[in-house]
Design a protein around this ligand. Structure first.
Ligand SMILES: C[S@@+](CC[C@H](N)C(=O)[O-])C[C@H]1O[C@@H](n2cnc3c(N)ncnc32)[C@H](O)[C@@H]1O
Length: 246
């Protein structure tokens, strides 16, 4: 039995049947953010089993949901009548989609980035979005900011080069440490965490700070996780110490 389930119990989401890969506290924050954004048009990168799409679809007129897996469309089309499923790599699909949205004068108000979790994948998805000129407040949410490669990608993105970015908080909702294996996460792994950025149609006239309010938590947990280099065992450290003393 898993003793540290960060997702349950929960009481607001009984009407959402599809598996959703976010923690309980992220689900509440995410639902609230999508409701605040109240977008005409939204984009999701990382459809998976449709979990987060349930909330995005409910609160948007139209959604584009991107995933590399072709069976996302096959399995989920019947659940959503306002979603266009796009199959392929977001690195290729996102720039064309953003151009299409601009050309068709659609009002993009929300993006979830939750696809390729490699450093380069996350960085590329964010930099793709930063090429877009918003026509209304655009809320961007990224999942798994506590997962070290994702965090590195978020921090490496070209935030400062985009004049329409007004706010970035990497630790809007802090992530979790999976002491035991959980869902697709291995033991001692760091996952979850929601980052939020806000783009506005007007250019910013203030310094852009990339907030990391829980950097201390991240730095403290990292050495105890599978993401850090193997730590020397107590025995090898003791043998090393006694060799030096001799
Ligand atoms: C963590 S899951 C998404 C979870 C979902 N958003 C939720 O909250 O339940 C990540 C998904 O991204 C997809 N993916 C991975 N790399 C991708 C890429 N380069 N472009 C598009 N989708 C990708 C995977 O196939 C997988 O379905």
């Amino acid at each position: 039995m898993i003793k540290s389930n960060p997702n349950e119990p929960t009481f607001l989401f009984d009407d959402l049947p599809l598996h959703w890969q976010m923690t309980r506290c992220e689900k509440y924050a995410f639902a609230s953010l999508v409701e605040i954004a109240h977008p005409d048009v939204a984009i999701e990168i990382g459809t998976y089993k449709g979990g987060s799409l349930q909330i995005i679809s409910k609160n948007s007129k139209k959604v584009y949901s991107i995933d590399t897996e072709v069976n996302c469309r096959e399995n989920l089309s019947e659940h959503f009548d306002n979603v266009e499923f796009l199959t392929g790599d977001s690195k290729q699909l996102l720039p064309a989609l953003l151009k299409r949205i601009s050309n068709e004068n659609e009002s993009l108000g929300f993006i979830l980035i939750d696809g390729d979790h490699s450093t380069e994948g996350v960085r590329s998805d964010i930099n793709g979005v930063l090429q877009y000129k918003p026509v209304r407040p655009l809320y961007i949410v990224f999942h798994d900011s506590f997962h070290p490669p994702c965090r590195e990608g978020i921090l490496a993105a070209d935030w400062q080069l985009c004049p329409y970015v007004h706010f970035v908080e990497v630790d809007f909702v802090p992530g979790v440490y999976h002491y035991e294996a959980f869902d697709t996460a291995p033991p001692r792994s760091m996952f979850a965490g929601l980052s939020v950025a806000l783009m506005l149609p007007e250019k910013r006239n203030h310094e852009l700070i990339i907030y990391q309010s829980q950097k201390g938590l991240f730095d403290t947990v990292l050495p105890h996780s599978i993401h850090s280099l193997p730590r020397k065992s107590f025995l090898s450290r003791f043998l090393n110490w006694s060799r030096i003393r001799r």
